[in-house]
Design a protein around this ligand. Structure first.
Ligand code: ADP
Ligand code: GN1
Ligand code: MG
Length: 371
């Protein structure tokens, strides 16, 4: 039995449903994701793989069959292009052949092969890691550039649609379900002041200036696995791979890479920009994705950089006002702390916007000259 924060699962019974090799000698909670629950399963027999079991948050991913079909299709597409098996995830099906298991309590479970000797980082340690991250997410976009987008369903509709996020934010303020609105006046003002400007990227997309591509949509740095030499090995967390704009992935990755502090840092003075890491990520990204980008997309990257701390702040603050119904929290006011940290990051980025954009343009120079 495994006890999560509020529930007890019969994990052994769940594992039994999956078509695994060998037998499991150890089960332990794993990772630092905010949505799903992940468990590492150690195989007793070292000739067989270790596994990762995940409980999918079906309150957020409402159509689990469609989600798993998306993940399988993305994996199939990547596998058709990649030579090395270690660079792509492997789903472990149920004994029945299905891709997920629904338990008696209505929880949804899936399993992957655990990729051995890999690491993921919540905070980066050096430029080499940033460069490898840029390559990994750039390559991911490039490999999916010729995938038929109609094969993918929107697992969370309007996921990165800032207009919709702001509508939800205002709706939550109107409802003020748990009476927290009066506490966050400064944060609300900060968000409201920037509303129109932050719709620029979406509007370019709506006008057809930016092509809709297949993007990852959750490019936090801990969603790329690096090998023991810190070389990029595999992009993971494929739940939100859907049509999107390349600047979304660029911006969400930079949000975690450039920040010298954690996503939820309490001490706002610790939130500074590490420009060297930004430069290294951007270099790696262009090396892999540069040749597929249009000049409008290159121009849009800086908009993604500013949009993502803003959008995350809007989402975290909305959740705080709603009474913490979406993200897992570790303590009271966690979502408020996260929102404040993201707004501080945005402030720092606004101060450096021109310098950041110059770096993007410099790294893009070669690719722009080929257009
Ligand atoms: P979440 O949606 O909760 O972020 P992830 O799918 O990103 O869940 O997995 C959580 C963590 O588990 C990752 O950050 C990574 O450290 C690890 N992980 C995920 N998939 C694998 C894998 N196939 N092999 C090794 N580690 C993995
Ligand atoms: C969630 O599951 P995880 O922790 O990788 C969220 C992302 C946010 C992120 C913020 C489905 O990602 O959109 O950027 O938290 N995923 C979903 O840390 O909402
Ligand atoms: Mg993740």
């Amino acid at each position: 039995m495994i006890q999560s924060s509020i529930e007890v699962f019969n994990i052994e019974k769940i594992i039994f449903e999956f078509s695994i090799q060998g037998s499991i000698s150890l089960i332990k909670p794993y990772g630092s994701g905010h949505i799903n629950d992940t468990y590492f399963l150690k195989n007793q027999n070292s000739d067989y793989p270790d596994y990762l079991l995940q409980r999918i948050n079906h309150h957020i991913f409402k159509d689990v069959p469609a989600l798993m079909q998306n993940v399988q299709r993305v994996i199939d597409h990547l596998r058709s292009k990649l030579i090395n098996d270690k660079e792509v995830m492997t789903i472990v099906p149920l004994k029945s052949g299905m891709l997920y298991h629904e338990d008696e309590q209505g929880n949804f479970w899936r399993m992957y092969h655990y990729l051995p000797n890999t690491k993921s980082y919540d905070l980066l340690e050096n430029e080499h890691q940033a460069y490898e991250g840029g390559k990994a997410f750039g390559r991911f976009q490039a490999l999916l550039a010729d995938m038929d987008a109609s094969l993918l369903q929107e697992t969370i509709p309007n996921f990165h649609n800032i207009e919709m996020r702001l509508e939800c934010f205002h709706q939550s303020l109107t409802e003020d379900a748990v009476g927290r609105k009066s506490e966050v006046g400064n944060e609300i003002a900060y968000i409201v002041e920037r509303e129109e400007g932050m719709k620029k990227l979406l509007n370019l997309g709506k006008r057809g200036v930016l092509p809709l591509r297949i993007t990852h949509n959750d490019t936090k740095f801990n969603n790329v696995l690096l090998d023991s030499n810190d070389k990029a090995q595999c992009v993971i967390d494929l739940d939100t791979v859907m049509p999107g704009y390349v600047a979304y992935d660029f911006g969400d990755a930079i949000r975690t890479i450039i920040n010298t502090a954690s996503e939820d840092e309490k001490d706002l003075n610790k939130i500074q920009l590490n420009i060297k890491l930004f430069e290294a990520y951007t270099k790696g990204y262009f090396e892999e994705a540069g040749t597929m980008l249009t000049s409008a997309e290159i121009e849009s990257l800086i908009m993604g950089v500013l949009l993502f701390p803003y959008m995350q702040a809007v989402r975290f603050l909305t959740d705080y006002i709603d009474g913490d119904t979406y993200y897992k929290i570790a303590f009271e006011k966690h979502n408020l702390q996260r929102a404040r940290a993201q707004l501080q990051l945005l402030l720092k980025m606004e101060e450096q916007e021109d310098a950041l954009n110059e770096i993007i343009q410099e790294k893009a120079g070669y690719y722009l000259s080929k257009l």
